[in-house]
Design a protein around this ligand. Structure first.
Ligand SMILES: C[S@@+](CC[C@H](N)C(=O)[O-])C[C@H]1O[C@@H](n2cnc3c(N)ncnc32)[C@H](O)[C@@H]1O
Length: 364
């Protein structure tokens, strides 16, 4: 199923991607997991809402640094974890963990959209899994390694592919910014970054690349900064009221586009629906409003398959994304009606998780 997230990128991001040439910018430094650590977000709440019992099977769809999985293994006796990630570096950590816990961890390398096929090669049957955890977005391992090209604060090649080198022809962020025209870049920035200055930033990118291709994160950050008047440079704030870099939304938009994250999220939710047993629980953590709106609509049973209904554009989002209060899903019942957010203390200790939203539902 193809899920479309923007009226502008009409034939899904894949069509725009097919217009991109094979990338020219390479990073040959092998990824490493040394000295990188991911603090699991809302760990206490995740364990509480998953409500796992001894001997059950849980699917961790976003293994990452394994923080949630490790806590599950150490708190629930004889539980088995199916540990999925699209990032080969994360899956190699899952393989190490599988050696420490023989028979209790099954590493799976792939995307949400590939999970159904991966599961068909295991003994896991439809409607048999006891709980699913989906902790969306990037891990600290990805963000903190300059050579992965996700982070604004670190200079590295403009890459951003969560899959690493699994698909060598997959476009990197550098391919996107150096190839697409101003209109397409504007669409990406406004659809996936909800960036009000999308047109201005796209224009600055097109202008800058005329003289030199934009190939590093710092180059892009300074090109984006150039599209803002001096007074606006320090005006944006994050949820903790700290100054936020003006290129933050641009980086988010490119990352979502490169990794086709919203289509993937939808595919992941559909697979969770297929593999959970009646009474099984789904816990989803999201980090920005595009993801949370999608999850909210999905668990309210709204049909997300009509591609033309989806407009992630600012003016339309209220009308398109408001969830009609009486709407009830035939597949899900809430474990907790309201969205759960991190405690103040956790936000201070782990600012990266400050925008997290957790939703917990029961499969009917
Ligand atoms: C926020 S991190 C998860 C962190 C993890 N819960 C922990 O405690 O260490 C998200 C992980 O999900 C993976 N991921 C994101 N989208 C994915 C997709 N479509 N398919 C499979 N894995 C995905 C990323 O590669 C990343 O490692």
């Amino acid at each position: 199923m193809v899920f479309q997230c923007s009226k502008v990128l009409h034939s899904s991001s894949l069509l725009v991607k097919s217009m991109l040439p094979i990338r020219i910018w390479r990073c040959d430094i092998p990824y490493s997991t040394k000295n990188v650590h991911h603090t699991p977000v809302m760990l206490r709440e995740v364990l509480h809402y998953l409500n796992l019992q001894p001997g059950q099977v849980v699917l961790d769809m976003t293994f990452g640094g394994g923080g949630h999985t490790k806590a599950i293994l150490s708190t629930v006796p004889e539980v088995t974890v199916l540990a999925l990630d699209r990032d080969p570096t994360a899956v190699s950590l899952a393989e190490d963990l599988a050696k420490e816990h023989p028979g209790r961890v099954k590493p799976l390398l792939g995307r949400f959209s590939e999970l159904q096929s991966l599961l068909s090669h295991t003994k896991i049957r439809e409607r048999s899994v006891d709980a699913v955890l989906l902790d969306a977005g990037c891990s600290s391992m990805q963000m903190d390694q300059a050579q992965r090209g996700f982070a604004l604060s670190k200079d590295g090649p403009l890459d951003m592919r969560m899959d690493g080198d699994r698909y060598p022809d997959m476009p990197r962020a550098a391919d996107v910014v150096n190839t697409l025209d101003q209109q397409a870049l504007t669409s990406i920035l406004s659809a996936y970054g909800e960036e009000r200055r999308a047109w201005k930033i796209a224009s600055a990118i097109v202008e800058a690349r005329r003289s030199t291709p934009i190939v590093t994160t710092q180059q892009l950050a300074s090109v984006v900064a150039g599209a803002f008047p001096a007074a606006a440079m320090y005006a944006r704030k994050d949820r903790l009221n700290r100054p936020s870099h003006v290129a933050t939304k641009t980086f988010q938009a490119l990352r979502i586009f490169v990794n086709d994250e919203l289509n993937e999220l939808h595919a992941g939710l559909c697979t969770a629906q297929t593999c959970l047993r009646p009474g099984g629980r789904l816990v989803v953590i999201t980090f920005h409003s595009l993801e949370d709106r999608l999850v909210k609509r999905f668990i309210h049973g709204q049909d997300l398959s009509n591609l033309d209904e989806f407009h992630f554009d600012q003016k339309q989002k209220k009308a398109k994304f408001s969830v009609r209060p009486k709407e009830k899903s035939e597949h899900w019942s809430p474990v907790k009606r309201k969205v759960v957010t991190p405690e103040k203390q956790e936000m201070l200790e782990n600012p990266r998780g400050r925008s997290a939203k957790l939703r917990a539902v029961l499969r009917l």
